[in-house]
Design a protein around this ligand. Structure first.
Ligand SMILES: Cc1cc2nc3c(=O)[nH]c(=O)nc-3n(C[C@H](O)[C@H](O)[C@H](O)COP(=O)(O)OP(=O)(O)OC[C@H]3O[C@@H](n4cnc5c(N)ncnc54)[C@H](O)[C@@H]3O)c2cc1C
Length: 431
């Protein structure tokens, strides 16, 4: 056993992944977290029996790093349909078009070829592009010239209808920006993971993911770190901890404050409302657990879903829970009213008497990933402090987990503990 202690600042997914990796190599780790629970941006509140993730998000079991670290059986992942319900307006009438991966949703295959969501040639070309991403290694993908996601999709053959009715509405909710200026490198990884896995939530909420990672670790809550150096950490109004190494695994803004020279990427923000509908759950979206997207962009929402169609335990028995998300963090009665009207259109039912259970506005939900984008950025800093977080890899659960491992590997290697960095071909595999 090594008598070495490392302090990890932040118990989000990246900090927990770093701590797990270090512990596996016999290093003593103390994780200092400013909040009252682990998870960072992956938290779940329980309100009147409803499980409310702090901002709607999904976990894709195809994430390679997650597959290595997590016990999927214990998470009891509840998959959504590998597709979406696109709502369009045809002659002023609301129409629902189901778009899906025909391999996993064969009964949706025929409508998915309809020209109302793009010409058959365009749809086929896009499908071929997505599959081509899935079979290439991330290292190969990152070797391709970087352009915006929008340019990549057009070059891949997506026509205007497919772009505006399906791809932009869908990807706006993934990138948290609707201009699709996000790097094609991230787009490609997103497509790869969607081809390989079906987005899901743990049966009892997203926080089950960090809770599982934290098991057995020495995590100290309510510890706001004020400053760090290569070998010490100061907690606001409290202790000073000495350590052989320090990993800062906070959100990007705090990391930039704690470590001079680190810059936080621009923020992508989002607001999620949770509603308790008054109609019978089966009346909503034909009982289907699919993301609902507006192919005509008639309101502020980027997506909505009946969470309980996939994960019934997100609500008390017999009730439904709806998540509805809009880009940005506007908070006015007029905006909420527009959200409600939009929901009425998307679900085709009256929504005036639906209850808002909670609203989560998240100013810094994702670090922006503009072109040119490096899939991996250094985890060593000139100050001798190590750094982890989704802003070091990709803005995703997968990226956060990989960044934690990479920071831990760099520190172990500098401490002379045998934990070689992955071979170059492997190093991007996990991004
Ligand atoms: C609304 C939303 C939707 C998302 N959707 C998806 C999705 O569908 N799929 C996906 O893969 N990803 C999604 N993501 C992204 C994913 O959740 C994040 O990339 C990931 O959780 C980031 O983890 P992290 O460890 O890098 O940072 P964080 O989760 O921000 O963790 C940092 C931790 O550091 C702590 N901290 C900060 N300052 C201090 C301090 N001074 N002292 C001590 N502790 C401190 C914080 O409290 C926090 O616990 C979404 C994120 C949000 C917010």
């Amino acid at each position: 056993m090594f008598a070495m202690t490392v302090v990890v600042v932040g118990a989000g997914l990246s900090g927990l992944a770093a701590a797990r990796h270090l512990t596996q190599h016999g290093v003593e780790v103390m994780v200092l977290e400013s909040a009252d629970a682990v998870g960072g941006r992956v938290r779940t509140d329980i309100v009147d029996g409803y499980r409310l993730d702090r901002g709607f998000q999904l976990y894709n079991p195809a994430y390679p790093e997650g597959a290595r670290l997590l016990d999927y059986e214990a998470l009891d992942l509840k998959p959504f349909i590998a597709g979406a319900r696109i709502i369009i307006s045809q002659g002023g009438h609301r129409q629902v078009i189901r778009v899906a991966d025909p391999r996993r949703q064969p009964s949706w295959a025929v409508p998915s070829l309809t020209a109302r969501i793009g010409s058959p040639l365009s749809t086929a070309r896009f499908g071929a592009y997505a599959v081509s991403r899935a079979v290439r290694s991330p290292a190969a993908l990152s070797g391709e010239p970087d352009i915006t996601a929008e340019d990549a999709l057009r070059r891949a053959g997506a026509d205007r209808t497919l772009m505006e009715r399906v791809l932009r509405p869908f990807l706006s909710g993934v990138f948290l920006e609707s201009d699709l200026t996000t790097s094609r490198r991230f787009l490609d990884l997103v497509l790869k993971s969607f081809v390989q896995g079906t987005p899901s939530v743990p049966a009892l909420g997203m926080q089950r993911i960090p809770d599982q990672l934290a098991r057995g670790l020495d995590v100290r809550l309510d510890q706001q770190v004020a400053s760090v150096s290569a070998h010490s950490v100061d907690v606001t109004g409290g202790d000073v901890h000495s350590a052989e190494g320090v990993i800062v695994a906070t959100d990007p803004t705090t990391a930039a404050r704690l470590i001079p020279g680190v810059r936080a990427p621009a923020a992508r923000s989002v607001t999620t409302w949770y509603y308790r509908p008054t109609c019978a759950p089966d009346e909503l979206a034909d009982g289907e657990a699919a993301l609902i997207l507006d192919g005509a962009r008639r309101g502020p929402l980027v997506n909505t879903v009946v969470l309980t169609h996939a994960a019934p335990d997100y609500a008390p028995a017999g009730s439904a829970l709806i998540a509805a998300s809009a880009l940005g963090v506007r908070d006015t009665p007029a905006h909420e009213s527009a959200v409600r009207d939009h929901l009425a259109w998307l679900y085709g039912v009256p929504t005036r008497d639906w209850d808002v259970i909670a609203r989560y506005a998240i100013p810094y939900a994702l670090p922006a990933m503009p072109v040119p984008f490096d899939l991996q950025r250094p985890t060593r800093t000139s100050r001798g402090v190590y750094i982890a977080g989704d802003h070091r890899d990709t803005s995703s659960i997968q990226g956060a987990l990989v960044s934690g491992r990479r920071a831990a590997q760099a520190l172990l290697s500098d401490l002379g503990i045998a934990a070689p960095n992955p071979a170059p071909s492997e190093s991007l595999e996990a991004s």
